[in-house]
Design a protein around this ligand. Structure first.
Ligand SMILES: Nc1ncnc2c1ncn2[C@@H]1O[C@H](COP(=O)(O)OP(=O)(O)O)[C@@H](O)[C@H]1O
Ligand SMILES: [Mg+2]
Length: 292
């Protein structure tokens, strides 16, 4: 469904942030993108939704090259892509409902979409989504009155407003406490499963990534250095991605996730169901370099 070939991104400063990325994502597949700060995770996500323009290579979404689209073609293609940000990107003074209906920030200017008339079916869809993400009855609360977890739920509902088929998620839990982070990850995975959504989740918490996301792509200095099942991410793979370190404590956490969380098994089930293609035979490894 998403096929990235030889993608490069060089910024005006001369930094080569992506050095030839090849990546295939199947419909409904959920991928965790990990790697050290500066590895190029955000650049990759921004190239896919064209918040930045790729320097070379192809980004095919169902065969359409996003890298070459402009104007109306790009606007239409972007409707198929939902974005969830670390800092939620909500308009603070507006209500939850207004945030959902005001279009997707980062894509269109807020005022441009605000002046459009809101359709009753959009309002109904927003109410249904709010109910689904656990914010039923909160549509008239102001965004700045919400907790971090609630704000991210608004961000998730907003990303789903245009029924995208690909979700791009940039550090969704970076501003959240551990329990809320887990709830948000679980919600994202459930929604992907329910809607057959593919997703790329850029996340720096390795333990959280490997627990919830069945396929892990490791980025280092603009290159993919690992692409395979989460179950095979151990000290050797972590060293390849992040460099030398004593990984024993992290490895232990990855093997025995928090005992106080009875949802661990459910989460694994969720991950499995969210990406049936990735388990149990892990064809994601074979998928690299082969046509999607
Ligand atoms: N707008 C920009 N202009 C110039 N260089 C940038 C810009 N954004 C990112 N970079 C550089 O690209 C590299 C990758 O950054 P980024 O994609 O943000 O990595 P990550 O999200 O993995 O931390 C870094 O060297 C960073 O300094
Ligand atoms: Mg980043």
């Amino acid at each position: 469904m998403l096929e990235i070939r030889a993608l490069q991104k060089r910024y005006a400063t001369g930094d080569l942030a992506l050095k030839g990325i090849d990546l295939s994502v199947a419909p409904g597949q959920v991928v965790g993108l990990i790697g050290p700060s500066g590895a190029g995770k955000s650049s990759l996500i921004r190239c896919i939704n064209r918040l930045v323009t790729p320097s070379a290579g192809e980004i095919l979404l169902d065969g359409l090259d996003l890298g070459r689209l402009g104007g109306r073609g790009l606007r239409l293609a972007r409707r198929q892509i939902g974005m969830i940000f670390q800092e939620y990107a909500l308009v603070e003074r507006l209500t939850v409902m207004e945030n959902l209906l005001s279009g997707r920030l980062g894509y269109t200017g807020f005022w441009a979409s605000w002046f459009r008339r809101f359709e009753p079916q959009d309002i109904e869809q927003a109410l249904r989504l709010l109910e689904r993400v656990g914010l039923g009855g909160m549509e008239n609360k102001r965004a700045d009155a919400l907790s971090g977890g609630q704000r991210q739920r608004v961000g998730i509902a907003r990303a789903l407003m245009q029924s995208p088929k690909l979700l791009l998620v940039d550090e969704p839990t970076a501003s959240l406490d551990p329990k809320t982070s887990r709830q948000i990850m679980r919600l994202v995975l459930e929604l992907c499963r329910e809607r057959g959504l593919a997703a790329i989740v850029n996340i720096h918490d390795v333990v959280l990534a490997t627990e919830f996301l069945p396929r892990i792509v490791g980025l280092r200095a603009g290159e993919i250095v690992y692409d395979g099942p989460a179950a095979r991410v151990g000290p050797e793979v972590l060293t390849r991605i992040y460099g030398d370190e004593d990984w024993s404590a992290i490895s232990r956490q990855m093997q025995s996730p928090a005992l106080d969380d009875d949802a661990t098994d459910a989460a694994e089930d969720t991950a499995r169901r969210a990406s049936p293609a990735a388990l149990p035979s892990h064809p994601t490894v074979a998928l690299r370099g082969s046509p999607a």
